[in-house]
Design a binder for this molecule. Structure first.
Ligand code: AMP
Ligand code: MG
Length: 399
């Protein structure tokens, strides 16, 4: 049995990138850039007018009595106009190109109009209300760096530089597999001694939040059958998230089968609760997380190991959230304890965790009332109020 930190290190060290694929702009959100994105033109690409009003030559302005006759009107989207007489003005709209022969924009709010002539009512300065060509970024500079997780605001940039196809890191193809002869499908009525399989749906749902599509499978507790099924699933998927069949029971065949199939066992059994029987191994680029079947154990292992592994595979560090215990927590076994907790922000801005022990790893309802696990490291038997520990949310806390 190994320590949680050692297990996590083995999981992270085993991760490797899965290559690159090209996606459409509309599918880029949440993906990780595999290329640098350059400015195809200066930003802004021309001297852009930023207010509706008039364009003038600043040198022509003396005071409030200086008349500016309208020479033309320039809507956004029309080619650049030219002011013919420097004492005149061009009515100009936000987003239009600054007319040649002008250098300053006066907004309508600061103007008085008498027939076809404007008079400026406020102090002005040369160059005001013009967003100069290239003043934000020059052509050819990198706007988005490879490795970036694409957010909506980045989609704006991708669109503005004309990227319809984007190179991104491949996401792992994930198979979520339940095992156990006591499990029946969700739409079936279980016999007295059966339960509906729920784990796989919980995991696929959580994977969807992580932008990972997945497919679910079910294996019977039958050695021969599992062996064939695993081989078949491995042909198509990069990662197997298995649940059940890794403990010490007579029908817990999974570890032996995986080793028979040539998987390197990186560890089996971790000094933690819940999720002690967790098995983890690799064969080439294929990775298997074999979680114990109890839903709360699966949930803990998924968050503690799979999510950081995913981040690492995508070249990212896992964001860390630390929380303060609001009450003492006593836990005697010499194991790391993933304690279910409700976390809320205190008046001082820190996050406080209130631990609730639940009724064990088979209690599937308790986590729904909590919002994550506090990780209480192996060692002390008492974790004191005011101490700070890592927190693993069950779901994205901020939308
Ligand atoms: P196991 O890890 O196979 O020994 O299973 C431990 C417990 O978790 C048993 O009570 C199983 O019935 C339950 N269990 C296993 N897999 C699932 C699943 N996919 N959904 C819900 N419960 C499960
Ligand atoms: Mg089982």
């Amino acid at each position: 049995m190994i320590h949680v930190d050692e297990a996590l290190k083995l999981v992270l060290d085993s991760s490797s990138e899965l290559g690159i694929e090209v996606v459409n702009l509309s599918d880029a959100i949440g993906r990780f850039l595999a290329e640098d994105i350059y400015a195809d033109r200066p930003i802004p690409p021309f001297d852009r007018v930023t207010m509706d009003g008039i364009a003038i030559l600043h040198a022509s302005y003396k005071d409030r009595t200086t008349p500016f006759r309208i020479e033309a009107i320039g809507p956004a989207g029309s080619p650049q106009l030219t002011l013919m007489k420097p004492e005149n003005c061009i009515e100009i709209m936000t987003g239009a190109s600054l007319p040649k022969g002008t250098d300053t924009i006066i907004r309508y709010e600061d103007l008085e109009r008498v027939e076809d002539t404007f008079y400026i009512q406020s102090e002005i300065s040369q160059g005001q209300n013009v967003h100069h060509k290239g003043s934000d970024h020059e052509e050819g500079v990198i706007l988005l760096h490879r490795g970036l997780e694409i957010k909506a605001i980045d989609v704006n940039i991708l669109a503005s530089v004309g990227k319809t196809k984007i190179s991104v890191l491949k996401m792992p193809k994930v198979a979520v597999i339940s095992s156990g002869d006591e499990l029946v499908e969700v739409d079936q009525v279980p016999k007295d001694y059966q339960v509906r399989k729920s784990n796989v749906y919980m995991i696929s749902a959580r994977l969807r939040q992580l932008n990972l599509p997945s497919q679910t499978f079910h294996f019977k507790d039958d050695e021969e059958g599992i062996l064939n099924e695993v081989e078949r699933v491995l042909e198509e998927f990069d990662v197997l998230l298995m649940s059940g069949g890794v403990s010490k029971g007579k029908f817990d065949f999974i570890p032996a089968i995986l080793e028979k199939l040539g998987f390197e066992k990186l560890f089996h059994r971790v000094a933690q609760r819940p999720g002690k029987p967790f098995w983890f191994g690799k064969k080439g680029k294929k990775t298997v997380f074999a979680f114990p079947g109890n839903p709360v154990s699966t949930l803990a292992c998924f968050h503690k190991y799979f999510i950081p592994w995913l981040h690492k595979t995508l070249g990212k560090d896992q964001p860390q959230l630390n929380v303060v215990l609001s009450e003492d927590v006593s836990f005697k076994p010499n194991l790391t304890y993933f304690a279910q907790a409700m976390v809320a922000q205190g008046e001082d801005g820190r996050y406080f965790a209130k631990v609730r022990h639940g009724k064990g790893s088979g209690d599937i309802v308790s986590p729904s009332m909590m919002n994550g696990f506090v990780e209480l490291p192996q060692g002390p038997e008492l974790y004191k109020a005011g101490e700070m520990y890592r927190f693993m949310p069950f779901y994205p806390l901020f939308k």
